[in-house]
Design a protein around this ligand. Structure first.
Ligand code: SF4
Length: 369
């Protein structure tokens, strides 16, 4: 059975991880730019999903769709795809392919179709699967998040309990290349429950890496309350990156509280100041346009954006209600003229990037591709 992987820029790390997992079961995922027989697999997020929907519906082959959008809206996706993978794909996708190859109907836990939807019964242990194989990817060191930020799909897909790849397994993959970059919802939470940091675990990991380490920066980030003397000393001692990426999201404490962010705006300010003390450039995420954001809340965020931009860089995104999140179905509020003006001015000066006026740019270089 020929199995293809529809190449989509936003899903390139999923391709690396899933082709390695499928390879273990004897399935090679051939990269394609259009659906092809016998089977074509897709991983879609909620922004690119509309772009691929017609292609999948008209495909002349078996189609399997996973990814954040499929997990959030399996019934909707099953209206046009043959099979929908709900949740983590490493275990379920090879199992489904094996079943289909032997003539089965694909009715296994975690696979939805227009006719059945048995619930997910498995959780992936990261060490049980390669981080990647021939196709290089970033090493995913942690999955799951104990927080429940109102706009975020991560805990809905991966759960609230953090699962970590072991230090030996991380080193085995990371040391293959000159640069080691990692995927994690909060890199400084490595080895911990996600609330109480375990700096000794991070240092033990760093000691096993023999290449240039990029930690707490693209493609992962950290939480502001984890930015402290211990974490910054570790970065300065072991890592190559001179930037640290973290989300503050709002300059308004009432907004942060309603989002269940679990930190205050002051925690963000303190993190920026500490970065400055340790000669690390902070790169800070903000979101504007939350549905419950008052004018005062938005102006507080804009003030904080301007202040952060003096010390580092800011990524500002327009709020987008993602399916499966607590804020699904809500509508972004409008931006104030001051917000547009200041974000525009900072963007022109090279201090600000992001999609404060077009959420689609958040996930794509070109919208919907
Ligand atoms: S935004 Fe970050 S901290 Fe909040 S739920 Fe998502 S992954 Fe967790």
């Amino acid at each position: 059975m020929e199995v293809n992987w529809r190449q989509i820029h936003a899903a390139r790390n999923s391709y690396a991880a899933l082709s390695a997992a499928c390879g273990q079961e004897g399935f090679s995922l051939r990269p394609v730019d259009q659906p092809a027989p016998d089977v074509t697999c897709y991983s879609l997020n909620s922004l690119n999903e509309p772009y691929y929907r017609d292609e999948i519906a008209g495909a002349d082959c078996i189609t399997i769709v996973g990814g954040p959008h499929a997990t959030a809206c399996p019934r909707e996706v099953a209206e046009y795809a043959d099979y929908v993978i709900v949740g983590e794909g490493e275990f379920t996708l090879p199992r489904l392919l094996t079943q289909l190859e032997s003539g089965g109907n694909g009715k296994i836990p975690g696979v939805a179709t227009a006719y059945f939807s048995p619930p997910v019964t498995s959780t992936v242990r990261l060490d049980a699967y390669p981080a990647f194989s021939e196709k290089q990817g970033y090493v995913e060191i942690t999955r799951g998040c104990p927080f429940a930020c109102g706009y975020c799909q991560t805990p809905q897909i991966f759960g609230h309990c953090m699962r970590h790849r072991s230090i030996d397994a991380i080193a085995r993959y990371a040391n293959r290349y000159e640069h080691a970059r990692f995927v994690s919802p909060n890199a400084f939470a490595y080895g911990s429950d996600g609330i109480h940091p375990r700096w000794e675990k991070i240092e033990a990991l760093f000691k096993q890496l023999r290449n240039q380490i990029f930690f707490g920066t693209f493609p992962s980030e950290v939480r502001p309350e984890f930015v402290c003397a211990e974490s910054l000393s570790l970065v300065n001692r072991y890592c190559t990156n001179t930037k640290l990426h973290f989300g503050v999201q709002s300059g308004s404490d009432p907004v942060l509280e309603r989002l269940h962010r679990g930190h205050t705006a002051d925690a963000g300010i303190r993190a920026v100041e500490l970065c400055n003390e340790y000669s690390i450039t902070p790169v800070v995420d903000f979101i504007v346009g939350f549905p419950f954001e008052t004018d005062e809340d938005q102006l507080a965020t804009v003030d904080l954006i301007e202040w952060v931009a003096r010390y580092g860089k800011v990524h500002v995104h327009r709020f987008m209600p993602l399916p499966g999140t607590p804020l699904a179905g809500t509508t972004a509020r409008s931006l104030l003229p001051e917000t547009e003006k200041i974000c525009g001015k900072l963007a022109v000066s090279g201090k600000l990037t992001g999609s404060w006026n077009d959420p689609a740019i958040r996930f794509f270089k070109t919208p919907f591709k």
